[in-house]
Write a protein that binds this ligand. Structure first.
Ligand SMILES: Nc1ncnc2c1ncn2[C@@H]1O[C@H](COP(=O)(O)OP(=O)(O)OP(=O)(O)O)[C@@H](O)[C@H]1O
Length: 683
């Protein structure tokens, strides 16, 4: 009896060499082949007679071989095998590269179906390295799958193998979506879906199959996430008692909390009082005041006798949080330390000791906090800032340093609820949807290279009024070095030609931490008037006196990123401006500028970003720790995702661990597909 887990190596016609090629594209078992879906399809024309081919193009032909194979060596490593084929209307030259086995297959008189690019020239017809088949039934399908390949493997090989696997193994694929769900959502059964996703007899049938496979994949993922959430909810955690000292701290702040901040603080307080570990995501637009919410939460831990940790994505931000923390906690008996990659060895050792023996209450840092060496006495609250830079797994490594610690994740990247449920399905979500009072709308303008002189004049005027400006260098995704070069160029150019009488600073990712810190401090205290920066300043940097942001080559940034960058201004009482120097000609670049000039609302921008980028990477889902999806696309299939989420919620409410018989198949499949992922994200 064959099994879906059978290794492909033992399938007829595979062998170790082809198996290792297939392994390169993550195909190891029969099941993997069935679930290795085509990336596209090619609709094939009907069989054509040779004399009907009037111009070059892709054709399906049927010919008789009428010459022996002629082998010739073109150069080292390249041999060509040629022969002639004919039908009743004409002749065609056929050639293959590096395919010695052709000699055994193409004998004189044998009929063969060929599919490929036919060249028509004055010397006649020529087909090069075509697909070939000897059996007409294999060409019954005119819609042929196109798979992603790896070097050494061709479409012909893979589609042949898939065809054979479907023929031989489809009967042993068990249905795992219960009939009631299939009926409710009019979903076809799995055998039909697998057959027709690879070799559809019509576009309609392919669509029916695709719908099923998308639905299924999203359902499995959403159920997995809900199950994890339930599991966390059932774990024992540390429960805090709310302390009046925390209220006193809130009263001592230099500002009143906004209503939204108060609500979130209240939600967190409730979570912390409960004996289940908190697992909450706070989503707040740029500048909405998330940091203070983190600082309040950390105090709840400290006043209950526990330790807390706050992890930031960049050193600049960790440093800023540390400074803010020291300032706001002034007068409190709370020991805070900063631990980053560049903390000096001796200091580091001391902090590590103090964390272990409990002499430090709160540690703020970067990735260094998740290193093995860092041990805590009684870590009970972990706050990670900007979750999207970390991913679920890293968060969990960190979380494991405490006894089921409470987890708070902060993100400034607003995402629609549907996506939040998938990306953070294991978290509760709080939203800070109100900005501190007195903030003025950031006025945003699009500009071009040729008007840059005017833009710099405008900066000058603002600086003369006492404000400061950021000039962001173009993003160069492929190379940090190129990015730094262009930042340095801009820095030198504007320093020399436009702002001789002002202090211009430069900050980028490869600078020594000490230098970075120094320049940021000089910018914060107003000594540096204009700061040229790479995207290191993208997240979190808070200098309320800065009122202008110029983004060079804004077409290279995504909308969400532009919004983040723009959020570095408008953080104080002053009217702020953002100028996007757009040198891109594409309509998308123009559209982005238009959206940015129209709205300051991060939620609207996030939605627009989704629309523009469509299936593109709004966020890398891999970064989030979400397993890569084979068929579904979280953006393109938003409608199906909504349906699935409703259903998944109902299922989990009715049967939290899917123990009823009807869900047996689903559960098995979830463990099979997402077992590793579930293990990783369970705390
Ligand atoms: N309720 C409030 N009233 C007035 N100012 C506030 C309030 N809450 C926070 N602030 C101030 O607003 C500024 C932005 O706050 P914070 O840095 O916490 O924003 P954020 O949400 O972390 O933004 P980002 O995601 O851009 O980093 C800070 O200067 C902070 O002191």
């Amino acid at each position: 009896m064959s099994s879906l887990k059978e290794s492909i190596q033992y399938l007829k016609g595979v062998g170790p060499k082809k198996a290792s090629l297939l392994n390169n594209i993550n195909i190891h078992t029969v099941e993997d082949i069935l679930y290795y879906f085509p990336r596209d399809y090619e609709a094939r024309k009907d069989l054509i007679c040779l004399n009907k081919i009037n111009k070059s193009g892709k054709y399906l032909i049927k010919v008789r071989i009428n010459s022996n194979i002629e082998e010739s060596k073109v150069r080292k490593g390249l041999k060509v095998y040629k022969c002639i084929g004919e039908d009743n209307t004409g002749k065609i030259r056929i050639s293959f590269f590096n395919s010695p086995f052709i000699k055994n297959l193409f004998h004189i008189g044998r009929e063969v179906y060929l599919y490929g690019e036919v060249k028509k020239s004055f010397s006649g017809l020529q087909i090069t390295h075509p697909e070939y088949k000897f059996n007409e039934t294999e060409y019954k399908n005119h819609i042929m799958p196109i798979y992603n390949l790896t070097r050494g493997l061709n479409q012909n090989d893979l589609s042949k193998l898939t065809y054979k696997v479907i023929q031989d193994h489809i009967t042993i694929v068990d249905e795992y979506i219960p009939e009631c769900i299939r009926n409710e959502y009019r979903i076809c059964d799995i055998k039909y879906a697998l057959k027709n996703i690879h070799f559809p007899q019509s576009i309609e049938k392919m669509k029916i199959s695709k719908y099923r496979l998308v639905f299924e994949e999203l359902l499995l993922l959403q159920l997995a996430l809900f199950m994890v959430k339930n599991q966390i909810a059932n774990e024992e955690g540390v429960s805090f008692k709310h302390k009046n000292e925390v209220d006193d701290f809130i009263k001592s702040l230099p500002f009143q909390l906004t209503g939204a901040q108060r609500n979130v603080v209240e939600e967190i307080k409730k979570d912390l009082e409960c004996d289940k570990p908190m697992n909450r995501l706070v989503q707040g637009d740029v500048g909405s005041g998330k940091t203070v919410v983190a600082l309040i939460s950390l105090l709840e831990a400290v006043f209950n006798g526990y330790q807390g940790a706050l992890m930031a994505p960049t050193e600049i931000l960790a440093q800023q949080h540390y400074e803010g923390c020291i300032k706001l906690y002034e007068g409190l008996d709370v020991k805070v330390e900063l631990l980053t990659g560049s903390t000096k060895a001796k200091k580091k050792e001391q902090i590590l000791n103090d964390l272990k023996n409990g002499n430090v209450d709160i540690v703020i840092g970067t990735h260094s906090l998740i290193q093995d060496k860092v041990e805590f006495k009684n870590l009970a609250l972990v706050i990670t800032d900007e979750q999207h830079r970390f991913g679920v797994n890293q968060r969990n490594v960190f979380a494991k340093k405490g006894i089921n610690p409470n987890i708070l994740v902060m993100t400034a990247t607003p995402i629609p609820r549907t996506l939040a449920l998938i990306l953070y399905g294991d978290l509760d979500v709080s939203i800070i949807d109100e900005l501190p009072p007195g903030r003025k709308e950031i006025k945003t303008y699009g500009s071009t290279e040729k008007d840059k002189g005017k833009v710099y004049e405008f900066i000058k005027k603002e600086v003369e009024k006492g404000r400061q400006a950021y000039v962001v260098a173009p993003l160069v995704e492929e190379s940090e070095t190129l990015e730094i070069n262009s930042a340095t160029e801009i820095y030198e150019n504007i320093k020399e030609h436009y702002f001789k009488d002002y202090n211009v600073g430069l900050v980028h990712g490869k600078m020594k931490n000490k230098d970075k810190e120094e320049i940021m401090n000089r910018f914060k205290n107003g000594e540096v008037h204009i700061l040229v920066a790479t995207t290191v300043i993208e997240v979190g940097v808070n200098v309320p006196n800065a009122s202008i942001m110029v983004i060079e080559n804004s077409e290279r940034f995504g909308l969400a990123q532009l919004h983040q960058l723009r959020g570095r201004v408008g953080r104080g009482e002053y009217q702020s401006y953002c100028i996007l120097i757009n040198n891109g000609k594409s309509p998308v670049a123009k559209e982005r500028v238009e959206i940015m000039t129209k709205t300051n609302d991060g939620f609207i921008i996030a939605e627009e970003d989704l629309k523009i980028r469509g299936p593109g990477e709004f966020f890398g889902t891999i970064q989030h720790g979400i397993p890569q999806l084979k068929m579904a696309n979280l953006f393109r299939h938003m409608k199906i995702l909504k349906l699935v989420q409703k259903k998944a919620e109902i299922i989990i409410k009715e049967d939290p661990v899917l123990k009823s018989e009807k869900y047996e198949g689903l559960k098995k499949k979830i463990i099979n597909e997402f077992g590793k992922f579930i293990e990783n994200i369970s705390l």
